[in-house]
Design a protein around this ligand. Sequence first.
Ligand SMILES: Nc1nc2c(ncn2[C@@H]2O[C@H](COP(=O)(O)OP(=O)(O)OP(=O)(O)O)[C@@H](O)[C@H]2O)c(=O)[nH]1
Ligand SMILES: [Mg+2]
Length: 243
Amino acid sequence: MKECEIFSSLKVPCGSHIIIRIDGRKFSKLSNDLKFEKPYDEQFKDIMIETCNDFFKEFSPSFIYTFSDEINILLSEIPFAGRIEKLDSVFASFITGSFSKNIIKLNKSITKPISFDSRVIPLSKEGVITYFKERQDEAWRNCSNGYAYWTLRREFKKKEAMKILDKQKSSAIHDLLFERGINLAELPSWQRRGIGIYKKEVEIEGYNPIKKEKVQSIRKKIFVDDDLPIFDTPFFDNIIKIN
Ligand SMILES: Nc1nc2c(ncn2[C@@H]2O[C@H](COP(=O)(O)OP(=O)(O)OP(=O)(O)O)[C@@H](O)[C@H]2O)c(=O)[nH]1
Ligand SMILES: [Mg+2]
């Protein structure tokens, strides 16, 4: 029956950069069931970061970008000989296992198994930059729409709030929130721009026992950036260093 495993030889194209996007399945329901704060919950954010950290330690990607229930992973090396079935299944299950392990710490009762979906996206270098810019735009839309919706829900029923927001321009959403005491521009950066995880050079202080003196050295450490800039080419050239 081996010949029926027709997708097993499907591989990522040679020479392309690979992004994997992993997204929580039915997380609207999960967030409701677990009574996460709306639109943003600090504990949920911390679990997503911990999950990204677990992934980083295991697979050493170049960059992870996360917001809401999605995790975007830019690979540095492509494991499993680039086999799509392996990349999708192992990564989605690793993230699911890690998230489930981490969420247990919240002592909330989870009644159903959690799952994430996964897709593989091959891109050129320019494509990678455009991709992350688009995801960051989505994070921003998510942020302004989320605040607008949940702020209106204090005054209106679900349908009415949705009707008010239907086809509203971003300036109108800004004004609507400003009138209600929320300045979108002053919200925490992680909510507006998402969170990046990447390796950063840090100075480490050590001790030379022969010379009996303190020594400084440079190490690369996993860094969680919750104050990201707006993505642009220099960010990817200087910080992520895509070749
Ligand atoms: N309360 C709360 N909910 C959140 C938070 N972050 C993400 N979510 C929920 O996660 C959902 C993510 O959006 P989607 O991925 O489109 O929705 P989904 O229900 O996961 O649907 P599928 O991915 O299609 O299975 C949001 O709509 C929110 O309901 C948070 O910080 N607080
Ligand atoms: Mg989802």
